[in-house]
Design a protein around this ligand. Structure first.
Ligand SMILES: [Zn+2]
Length: 309
């Protein structure tokens, strides 16, 4: 034992051993590689301050960014678990259990009701963090429940989509959710309520082919990938080089598939404005625009001619 081993070595060791520093204090932007401090990222709603890249967000993020404080999440109906007893590299039941533990969600959807800048609304948000937002029976049930809640509360339905497509592990049952969710959107429309869809990165497959494209107003986040089949599959099928930006929000806006591309920080205010316009178009002080033609001048009385007796 010497001064070196007793004093210097432990001192050096403390200099190099990792302290209890959480490793999630910094995030790297996947687009420009800039390191962003986590509090900055929370403030900017997971948008890179350097390049404006919109990072993926969780369903819980969507609800808290969209709804005013004091909103309530609803419990979604239970769907039959693993109806096909499916197994690939892992059992489907195990995949579900792991996803539930990792996300604290029951399935790839969260639904809440509350207000958006004072306007009542039901908001449903798909969760990419839960098995890539794939749509199985539980998501279908959840969309139907959200639509029914909107009708019951006489409130518009706002739906954030993100999905890798149908849930393979549920086979044909996952495909049946396409017509089911379409019927759910009809319930909202038949009740005369606005149905607003916000497409986020990525929205693909069976979700794009069903309820995600049926909004009264189709909104997307900048740069979001939105499509049915993957670009490579399409390229191989049509044997043509696809244009730059194909299946991205801006391309779809330019080609008439979308109505608006709205940056995330402006999303809440935009949704509130749209709901206001659609539900109470004449609440402001200015007199409503006159759409009907002015009353026509009364026609001159037709002279009645006495028929000769
Ligand atoms: Zn960036």
């Amino acid at each position: 034992m010497s001064w070196l081993t007793e004093y210097v070595r432990p001192k050096i060791r403390t200099l190099f051993t990792r302290r209890e520093v959480p490793d999630n204090l910094w995030h790297q932007c996947p687009n420009c590689q800039q390191m962003i401090f986590h509090t900055e990222l929370a403030k900017s709603q997971k948008v890179c301050g350097n390049c404006g890249f919109h990072m993926r967000a969780t369903a819980a993020d969507r609800l808290s960014w969209t709804l005013d404080e004091g909103y309530s999440r609803i419990e979604l109906p239970k769907a039959p678990a693993d109806p096909l007893r499916f197994r690939d590299q892992k059992r489907y039941a195990d995949r579900l259990r792991e996803a539930r533990e990792a996300t604290t969600l029951e399935d790839a959807l969260a639904v809440a009701h509350g207000t958006i800048d004072g306007h009542r609304a039901v908001v449903a948000a798909m969760a990419f963090e839960f098995m890539a937002g794939s749509m199985g029976a539980a998501v279908g049930e959840g969309i139907v429940a959200a639509a029914r809640l909107a009708v019951l509360q006489d409130a518009p339905l706002v739906l954030y989509t993100t999905s890798g497509g149908a849930r393979m592990q549920e086979g044909a049952i996952s495909l049946m959710q396409m017509p089911r969710t379409v019927i759910a959107t009809r319930l909202v429309k038949e009740a005369g309520l606005p149905f607003l869809v916000v497409l986020t990165d990525p929205t693909t497959g069976g979700v794009t082919a069903s309820f995600a494209m049926l909004g009264d107003i189709q909104i997307a986040e900048p740069g979001a990938l939105i499509g049915f089949a993957g670009a490579r599959v399409i390229e191989q099928t049509v044997r043509e080089k696809l244009p730059d930006g194909f299946q991205r929000a801006e391309y779809l806006l330019a080609h008439g598939i979308l109505d608006m591309v709205v940056p995330r920080v402006e999303m809440k205010a935009t949704l509130a404005r749209l709901i206001g316009l659609l539900r109470d178009p004449f609440v402001d002080e200015t007199p409503p625009m006159r759409l009907a033609a002015p009353d026509p001048v009364a026609p001159p009385p037709v002279e009645t001619v006495q028929a000769p007796g």
